[in-house]
Design a binder for this molecule. Sequence first.
Ligand code: DAH
Length: 474
Amino acid sequence: MVPTYEVDSFSEDTKAFCTIDKRAGVYKQRVTSRDVKIEDKIYQADEWMNTPSIILSNIPRRLHLQQDHPVAITRQLIESRFPDYKTHNNLFPVVTVGQNFDSLGFPADHIGRSRTDTYYLNKSTVLRTHTSAHQADTFRANESAGYLISADVYRRDAVDRSHYPIFHQMEGARVWDRDALDAGKSFAQTVWEDVAKIPKHSITVEDPNPSFHSERNPLQDGHSAEEVEAMGAHLKRSLEDVVVAIFNAAKSAAADAGETPDTPADEPLKVRWVEAYFPFTSPSWELEVYWQGDWLEVLGCGIVKQSILDNAGVPNKLGWAFGIGLDRIAMLLYWIPDIRLFWSTDPRFLSQFSSTAPIQRFVPFSKYPACFKDVSFWLRSSTSAAGGLSRNATTTSHDFHENDVMEIARDVCGDLVEDVRLVDEFVHPKTGRRSMCYRTNYRSLERTLTNEETNELHGRFCQQLVEKLGVELR
Ligand code: DAH
């Protein structure tokens, strides 16, 4: 029986959590503990809800808007390369499954839709997993030929120094209107004239790919080869310009700090285009930059699927889009060694960055000691779970997902966990049960943890593995 209460006895805050029933002229409220309030909005959770409160509580941080934060400075640096594009920096992170996946043509069985990868509030509502979730709406609003959307995005993922369940992306797009061409000019000509306006650079770009490829990277119905060649050139030149700006800034930061063999300041920047696949573009590419001895994937992009523009009510437009991760770029610009630092409010971190000063390499405060601890456990064998056991409390080899371990670590330890990794795994030859061993590195970025603290964290981590996943500790 759900309790009902007199409305008047509740504060405005509490009312916001409640469904109001009108009975016999009196408002009563049913407190539904499954409701989730995010800033001024309320969502009804259901059995799909898998978003922990530690994630919800970080939603208001909006690091991409925090003055002098490296993520915000990185955003501004990229924005400065697109002076005519309209910026959208305040879009709310809760979106529908329709916006995040369906509108972009994600197949029904795409792994990204699974509850192991995505934070759901209920069956049809998620925390956006990428800024592309706003493409269709932004095209529909039709406010500018070019736009940039920067925002926090959310994914269930590994725990290590380059992964955090909240990170930041920038989405960019540029469209041209087939029905608004100057008299006598073709679509492709119009686009090529815009290509000529993009600043020139002198770096070496490897681009061995054809502009499209009938099997690997096809043209879409209704797009001519000339049109896609022109838009592809505009896309690639625009993004090369961004990368030149970013990596020149990164190189001067490296040079200021003294050259290292990996980053000789006079070595020219090398970038290359590779073919890619995204459900929402065709043809598609990724841009990679040679940095510190490795090819680094920097962004994804392509020619926008016409169905997205058609469904958004602008079938006369064609164009391109890209998506870039801001945190990784900021880490590389400033030599930030651990993504958790972005969430630090320690002035020793924040005071090192300024949007008006040249980019300088981050000087780490002393590195506090690591503390490694292992936990080994048995999963239930898939067959033994058949007997009507509660699904929540039993994780069989079949439905075990590593991201669940990661999330428990984050939930228990917050930012005191640096890394969680699988170090051993085997199947018992007789029982068929699977054993896993995970090694956790407990380390604070701001101080030395005491033994008691790490023991206590590890104890709770193990206990939660048992309670939430139903594993058996060894
Ligand atoms: N949404 C993609 C991701 O999160 C990035 C991306 C790739 C965005 C290609 C785009 C694009 O707009 O065209 O991985």
